[in-house]
Design a protein around this ligand. Structure first.
Ligand code: PHE
Length: 345
């Protein structure tokens, strides 16, 4: 029996040494020390032993149990430590690896150009106002001196929603809305916003684009005020050396009407591909507010006068940043947009 015990002890210790994880170790515990294990069986057989042998064997069984238990506990500690080390190893962070870059977004180039123009006019005491993109025919055309059937309506192909509503074709309806709201008081506003025209999209046309309308009404507002204002705009957007020139034009809502050119910022007027060899680049339409427009909105055209202008935001951005296709502003390819990340606007 003693022999058997010794052998069991050796076996158990060998298995403990071999156990690779905590589960295997527990299996050893159950197999050798459990109620159905061989050591318990041996204890059960002790009744058959003689009176002198019994205490000897009892002591021996206890020693074996203690040895096996102690060995188990030691191995548990070893495995637990190994498990912790493995976990630390797995979860360790290599601080020398390059970090994942956080890519910061930036404002859209058009937004920035519009904000720059807003800044200039805010500094000159203008208010910023807005109007609806879905507009009444009345404000888009009639109040702008374009009655139904007027041939100049064809200058701006329109998206009609119903007989009397359309997507505004320009920001000029905000002129009429502002005049109605100000009820005969002087006005100094700019109005940035989206406009829509039934054009086929190509490098220079977009069915949706941005305009910035300007409107000033007061006593003795003259063409020279318009010219000075637009001169400041041209210098702010294209450089202090820029000059402007006004060419006669036609808009039903202004009289006289002008087209405004800025001296070419690329060749300083010598002639290049940007200005098509002319030295000048057209940037906007403007004029003195037509008396009919004033009267329709309740302003006395014998006492007050005003000027208005409409800037195409994309055109300014394209010229200033050398963008050759208006569609870049709307396809939102980040390879395009991110180029202007650091651009100083
Ligand atoms: N509304 C005109 C256009 O879209 C521009 C303009 C605005 C012209 C104000 C004169 C005065 O073409």
């Amino acid at each position: 029996m003693e022999q058997q015990l010794k052998q069991l002890e050796q076996e158990a210790l060998a298995k403990i040494a071999d156990a690779a994880d905590l589960k295997a170790l527990n299996d050893v515990r159950v197999a050798y020390l459990g109620k159905k294990g061989p050591i318990t069986d041996l204890l059960k057989g002790m009744g058959k032993l003689s009176a002198e042998e019994r205490p000897k064997m009892g002591a021996l069984v206890n020693t074996v149990r203690e040895n096996v238990t102690a060995e188990l506990e030691k191995k548990v500690a070893v495995l637990e430590e190994a498990a912790i080390l493995a976990q630390l190893e797995n979860e360790s962070i290599d601080v020398t690896l390059p970090g994942a870059k956080v890519r910061a977004g930036n404002r859209h180039l058009l937004t920035r150009v519009i904000e720059e123009i807003e800044d200039l006019f805010l500094g000159m005491g203008y208010e910023i106002v807005e109007g609806p993109e879905v507009e009444k025919d009345y404000y888009n055309f009639e109040a702008m001196n374009l009655p139904k059937g007027h041939p100049a309506r064809d200058m701006q192909d329109s998206f009609y929603i119903s007989e009397e509503t359309l997507l505004r074709t320009h920001t000029s309806p905000v002129q009429a809305r502002t005049m109605e709201a100000k009820k005969g008081e002087p006005i100094r506003v700019i109005c940035p916003g989206k406009v829509f025209r039934r054009d086929t999209d190509d490098a220079t046309h977009s069915h949706q684009f941005m305009q910035i309308e300007g409107l000033v009404i007061g006593e003795n507002i003259r063409m020279s005020d318009l010219k000075g204002t637009l001169d400041a705009l041209a210098k702010k957007m294209f450089g202090a050396e820029r000059e402007i020139r006004l060419r006669p034009s036609f808009f039903p809502f202004t009289e006289p009407s002008v087209e405004v050119d800025v001296s070419c910022h690329k060749c300083s007027g010598k002639g290049c591909n940007v200005c098509k060899q002319t030295g000048w680049i057209e940037i906007l339409g403007a004029g003195m507010v037509h008396p009919n427009v004033l009267e329709m909105a309740g302003y006395d055209s014998t006492k007050l006068s005003g000027f208005a202008f409409g800037i195409g935001a994309e055109r300014i951005a394209m010229l200033k940043y050398g963008v050759d296709d208006i569609r870049h502003f709307y396809t939102n390819d980040t390879r395009f947009l991110s180029q202007f990340h650091q651009a100083e606007v």
